[in-house]
Each structure stands twice: as C-alpha cells, then as structure tokens.
Design a protein around this ligand. Structure first.
Ligand code: BGC
Length: 792
C-alpha cells in the first residue's frame, strides 16, 4: 500500500502532464504565461493610432531591455526559468512572419554592450558576500544604501548609444521603440531619483534625440512598478506608451504581440499614476523615519485620495482602472437595482470598433459623508468581457453586497468598533476607469444609520497622532500606552490512545486531537519550528517526525513562479509579476496561472508555496510592489482569491503573505506601521479578508514589520482576534523567514510555525516555568498537521 505522504517522504519523479510529460516549464505553461503577460499590458497613450505597428513597418529597438529584458523582480520572488525572451527575440518572430523589420545594427550594438558590461554585473558569490555584510550590519541607512547598490549592480546599466547610430537608425527605420527598464527587489525601497522613479538624463537625451529624428516614437516601460510618466505622457512628439510591467519568461514576446496587433491590449491600471512622486500623500512619512511609518493618510490611499481630497484630482496623470484598446466599446445604459441585500448591475458592452477585444467594466460607489467621512469613489465590483468581435455585444451581470459599502467606526462616532452604513444616499458609477464612468439612474437610500457588523476593539494605535479626513484636514487620534488582549485556550481533554497510532491514520482510526495527545512536549515544541529542506526545496520544511510518521513537507518561494535553485537543474515557469496579473482584471486567467504554478509545485513534491503576496501598494516606491497587486483592496483581494483557488486546486497549499502592512522594505524587520483601526480594516486587512472568506488559504505568512507597536507574529489580536475569531480562518500561520521575535509569544498569539527554524528549548523552558501551556502548543501543532491532511 502506498504511503499517503509518499511524495514528500520519497520525492518520486512523476511527471504530471499528458503522456507522462512534465508540466514544469512546459510549453502549455509558457504559453499561458505569455497570454497573461499580454493581458496585463496597459496601453497608456496611442496618438493617431501609432499602435499597432503597420504591416511591414521598420523598427529600431532602443534600450538595454532589447537584449536584457527584466522578467521579474529580485529576492525571494526571483524565478530561475529555462530562458528569458527579450524584446529583440519577441520582434524577431514577427520579422520571420514579415510583420515588421528590425534595424539590426542597433540590436548588435546592444548585444555587444550587454555582453561586455556583464562582467561588471555581480556574480552570485559577490552578491552572497554582500548579503553577509548587510545582514550583519545594524539597522541603519548604510545597510539600506548597500542593499540598493547591490541590486543596481545585478543588471547592466543603460547604454549610451552613439549619435551616429541613432542617426543611421532613423534613416533606416520608421519607428523608434524605446524601452525603459527598471529592477527592484525585496529588502530595499526604490528611490525618487533619476534612473529609478524618474527618468535618467541618459534616457531623456535618447528620447529627445529619437523625437528629433524619427517620425514615430513609442515608449515601452519594463518595470514591476510605476515610474514617472511626465516626460512622455504629454509630449506630442511621443506617439504611444505601453506599460509592459515585468512579464515573466515570454515578456519580450508579449510586447511584440501587443505592438504588432496580434493581441489587443485590455490591461487596466491597478494603481493611480500621478504627475509626480510628490503628489502621493505618503511621500513624507514614507521617508521620514527608519523605525516607524505613520499611516496618517488613513483610508485615503491611491484613487481614494486623488478622487476625494480637494485639488488632488489635478495631480493624476493616468487614473486607476485606465487603459486603452485598439478598438472602441460602447457601454450601454446600466440597469442598477437592489435585490436581497445586493446591488446588482446589468450592462451591455458592445465592440463598435474594427478589431476584436476585451473590456473591463468597473463599478464604483459613493457613500454619504455622514460623521465618518468617505472616499468619493470606492471600487465595488468589476468584470471583464470575453474577446468580443467587432459588432458583438456581451451583457455583464455584476453584484456586490450592500453591507460591503459599510465604514468602520473606530472612534465611536456612531457605534464603536462596528461597521456602519451611514444614513443617506449611495450612488453608483459604472465605467472603464475611476474617472470614465456613467452615474447610474438609481440611488440606494438609508434612512437611519445601520450597524452591519459588530467587531471587537483590536489593534488600536497608540502612537499615531493624527489621520486624514475626506476634506484633506486631519483629526487627532487618542494616544496612550499599549495594552494587548490575550485569552488562553482550554486544555485538550482527549484521552491518549492505548497503542501508538501513526499520523497517516488520522481521520481514519483516530481524531487529530487523539493523535496530538500522543506527542511529548519536546515533540510539540519541535513541530512548531521549521526543519531543514529536503528534495529540491530551499526554504525548509514543516513537520518531519519519524516516531509517529509525520512527513516533512517542503516549502518553496514564489509568487512569480516556483523558485528552485538553479543547481537543482529544474528550471520552472516565470509568470508575469503580480502587478501585471492584477492589471488583467481577469480573475479566471489569474486562477489558471495559479493552477499552473500549483501543478509545478506538486510535480516537484513541494507542499507549500510561499505565494501569493498581496500587500497594498500604498506608496509607489515600496521595493516589493512588483510582488503585490494593487492600491485597491477589492482588486487585490479578488486577485489573491483567484490565485489561491488555482493553486490549492492542485493540492498545494498557499502561504498568503505578508500579513499585514508590509508596505515598506527599508528596515522591514523592525519598522512599526502605525495605523488606525479603520484604515487597517477597510484597506490593509480588507484584501486578506476577501481572500480568506472567498478562497480559504491553507496557510498565511505573518509579516516582518510591527503594527501599532507589536510584531505581527506576536499579535494575538491580529492572528487570533481578527483572522480566526472574526473571519473564521481555520488554516495555519507561519512567520516570515528568520524573524527574531519571541517564540513563546508567537505561539500564544496563534502564529503556529516559526521559520526558517524553531526554538524548541525556549518553548520547553516556558512550559517548565509555567509561561506556556501544553494546550497552547497543541493548538498550533494541530493546525499545522491539519494543513498536511489537505495536501493528499
Ligand atoms: C520573504 C518572504 C519569503 C521568505 C522565504 C523572506 O525574506 O520576505 O516573502 O517567502 O523570505 O524565502
């Protein structure tokens, strides 16, 4: 009889694909990655139908990404894939099909340049050596600078193209395509400086020169997150701009597919692009302090800020939800009505242009200002059409609960710690971006304030002095000394079985509680800590106890692909970065990508994927934004839920991360996110709440940062009070890797597993001196082992 957990214990090599072929980095997965990359591309500008390129157009490809395309971000989210399709290779396939002609001397120039400059790129050994230094440094600015410089040195710098070559290119090509590429990685934030958020002098000079010489100039942005668009957005000499993100293994092909018109762009921004970094409300507090971050912008994040706060709307370059297409759509008059606690929307979308394409319908609502104050617009639902042929109409049906329009009253202005629908009028706006909407001919009225959910007072701030209100002023918040709430669990009274029964008999011959009653204190303390990796895993294992046959379940990183070390000899599919996926606004596609990733996990005998990641894009410069979806919690929550459903359909567990408020990378192990309960509930936790309630993630990863003075892995209020008691989460929680927080407090908080290694001695000592109970340890172990049973 086969051991239920054979794939973890024996690591069999069993291909999962049809005809015994491997699914890992299979052509099916690579094609799906390319499809998702295409669908996430956002066409920001297209004057005089500069795009798609005309058949037979000659193009000159500028920018090092012609050869060194940036497929994804760095750190634990980096993926080792079999190859990376650069932009030249993407267009080369189109040239073979005689769609475009590429001016080759420029390609040769970049190829030589990248080859020569690669010697200056850090080797893995040099990077590791730098990490050793960085990791041993105190938390200080120097550490941050060194990390930043290390990342900068992981890729070649942008090239200075000789003027004669630009002139020659312009004499031989109709169109200049200039790619601006950016790389960022975990551990450090991007900076508001030339060459990072802003264009460098070199880039601006190149753009200017191309504008002087070429009849058509197109900008492609190859970045995991927003960059400043002012240099080209309003410049009439620049015809088109595409935001191509970091598209994974076939990123170069996806750019060529869109630019040649083989695919029609249908991506929509998942963030607001402002006219300058200074326009974002976070620009001061994000940089102000190394050890804490005041979320004084409160719920006015992204478009909630720009659409609400007086004069802020003028500072928007490209609004949230915006993206052009090669065709036009007519949005019919929406029918909006209330039925059984839901707002329902029925709307016809007709393709009135000449080519097939998809459109995204976005529904926003406004709520009465009342006593709590509200954003002028809040995304309440969205849906994407199928590909519509010219003349074709699709009717979309959208709906959302009335209760989801409630606001959280943290100061007791109406009813403390409750979600409330304030009395007054609720309006609905249906359209294709937060700005481009039709106001529905339907108003939902509430006569009296209505409590829609009573919560508990949890996670309150003690050191946040003020927060923004909807008129742009600030209100003072009560300060004080922290007090944290904790309730101990009842002891397990289950009787130990008379004979020893192994783990694989749980649910068949014994209950989980009976099984756990057989474990000694030492074993319990051992099981709440991570173990060494087995097989191809490189981030360690959960479990692993021979005596009772508990398997060691391997984990591996993501989210942009299954991350295995190159030395394992197993390249995997690199999917588009999370921001690109969010810009598809296509949850079915994201679910399919999740299922693809999950299948690669399963084929390689990994049980837990440290993915997806879903922190809010609070500031465009958070170094990990590429791993996260959006500034909006509904969009982020729906994307994460889709991804989780896909991954877990393959019997691979997700580890939804980083819970929560890991919105800045600098000093991430020690930075305190000071934030109001309302902003937590409505913005920063909301996406996680949606994902938990809709998709049941089997594991969640707590974050490195603190929230209101306490590390998230030590926060009973967060992990037990909100996550478990209020949302009904029944999976396990794991720390982020290498946290130095107090293991005893973590167990009490409900952080079940400590990675990458545990501290059994500290736990045993705490049991011996009465600080910790067996019941507290058992609770954590039970949740870990229950997760294992879902993997078979
Ligand atoms: C990252 C996590 C990652 C873990 C394991 C940490 O540094 O923050 O996102 O999953 O390492 O590699």
């Amino acid at each position: 009889m086969i051991d239920k957990y054979a794939r973890f214990r024996y690591q069999p090599c069993l291909p999962l694909g049809k005809d015994s072929r491997r699914v890992t980095a299979s052509s099916e997965h690579i094609n799906l990655s390319r499809e998702a990359a295409c669908e996430g591309i956002v066409l920001l500008k297209n004057n005089n139908s500069a795009l798609p390129l005309k058949s037979g157009e000659t193009i000159a490809l500028f920018g090092k990404a012609t050869i060194e395309y940036i497929k994804g971000g760095g750190g634990s989210g980096d993926v080792h894939c079999p190859y990376i399709r650069n932009i030249y290779e993407g267009f080369y396939k189109k040239e073979e099909a005689e769609k475009v002609y590429i001016y080759k001397p420029l390609v040769e120039f970049y190829r030589d340049y990248v080859r020569k400059e690669s010697v200056n790129v850090l080797t893995q050994e040099q990077i590791d050596a730098r990490w050793d230094i960085v990791n041993n440094m105190e938390f200080c600015q120097k550490r941050d600078d060194m990390t930043y410089d290390t990342f900068a040195a992981m890729h070649v710098k942008e090239a200075e193209v000789p003027d004669s070559l630009i002139v020659n290119a312009s004499q031989n090509a109709d169109t200049a395509i200039i790619t601006l590429s950016r790389f960022s990685a975990e551990g450090v934030d991007r900076r508001p400086i030339p060459g990072d958020y802003y264009l460098s002098d070199l880039e601006m000079k190149l753009i200017d020169r191309c504008c002087d010489l070429f009849s058509k100039v197109i900008i492609v942005i190859n970045s995991g997150a927003i960059i400043d668009c002012e240099y080209f957005a309003d410049n009439d000499r620049i015809d088109a701009v595409i935001m191509a993100w970091q598209g994974g293994i076939e990123g170069g092909s996806s750019i060529a597919d869109i630019m040649c018109g083989d695919k029609n762009p249908s991506g929509k921004l998942s963030d607001t692009i402002a006219k300058s970094y200074d326009a974002y409300p976070t620009k001061n507090d994000f940089w102000e302090c190394f050890d804490h971050l005041d979320y004084s912008d409160d719920i006015y994040v992204g478009y909630r800020y720009f659409e609400t706060i007086p004069t802020a709307s003028e500072k928007v370059r490209y609004p949230f939800g915006f993206g052009l297409s090669y065709t036009d759509f007519k949005i019919g008059t929406p029918l909006v009505f209330e039925h059984s606690g839901n707002i329902n929307i029925v709307v016809d979308v007709t393709n009135i242009g000449k080519v097939s394409g998809k459109e995204v319908i976005q529904v926003y609502h406004s709520a009465p200002q009342g006593l709590l104050g509200k954003p002028a617009r809040v995304l309440s639902a969205f849906s994407k059409t199928r590909s519509l042929s010219p003349g074709e109409t699709q009717t979309l049906y959208l709906s959302f609960t009335i209760n989801s329009m409630s606001s959280f009253d943290d100061l007791g202005k109406i009813a403390e710690s409750c979600y409330i629908l304030e009395k007054g009028e609720y309006e609905f706006y249906i359209g294709t971006s937060v700005r481009d909407t039709i106001k529905a001919d339907f108003t939902y009225r509430i006569d009296d304030n209505l409590v829609t959910e009573k919560c508990t007072k949890l996670m309150r701030p003690f050191k946040l002095s003020k927060r923004m209100l909807s008129d742009g002023s600030y209100e003072a918040l009560p300060m004080g000394e922290p007090e944290y709430f904790y309730k101990s669990p009842e002891s397990n009274t289950t009787k130990k079985p008379e004979q020893e029964i192994p783990f694989d008999k749980v649910d068949e011959e014994i209950t989980m509680n009976e099984f756990i009653s057989q474990l000694t204190i030492d074993e319990l303390a051992y099981l709440v800590g991570g173990q060494a990796p087995t097989g191809v895993a490189n981030t360690g294992c959960f479990g692993g106890l021979e005596r009772l046959n508990i398997p060691a379940v391997p984990t591996a990183d993501g989210p942009a692909g299954l991350r295995l070390e190159p030395k394992t000899g197993i390249p995997t599919t690199a999917w588009p970065c999370a921001t690109a996926l969010a810009c598809t606004w296509n949850t079915e596609l994201i679910e399919a990508v999740g299922a693809g990733g999950g299948a690669e996990l399963r084929e390689n005998n990994i049980g837990v994927w440290l993915a997806p990641a879903m922190n809010i894009h609070r500031d465009p410069l958070c170094g990990r934004n590429f791993e996260y979806y959006s500034e909006d919690p509904l969009l982020a929550g729906k994307c994460a839920a889709a991804s989780i459903k896909g991954i877990q359909s393959q019997k691979a567990a997700v580890s939804l991360k980083h819970f929560a408020c890991n919105n800045k990378e600098a000093n991430r192990f020690a930075c305190d996110s000071r934030i109001s309960e309302r902003a937590l509930r409505e913005i920063y936790l909301k996406g996680f709440e949606i994902a938990v309630k809709e998709a049941d993630p089997w594991t969640i990863m707590s974050s490195y940062n603190l929230i209101n003075g306490l590390h998230t892995s030590e926060s009973y209020e967060l992990l037990t009070g909100i996550l478990r008691n209020e949302w009904g989460f029944n999976g396990m929680v794991v720390t982020d890797w290498g946290v130095k927080n107090r293991p005893v407090i973590e167990v009490k908080a409900g952080n079940d597993m400590k990675m990458h290694c545990g501290y059994p001695d500290e736990l045993i000592e705490a049991i011996n001196n009465g600080q910790l109970t067996r019941a507290e340890l058992e609770l954590c172990v039970g949740r870990i082992l229950r997760m294992f049973t879902k993997l078979i």
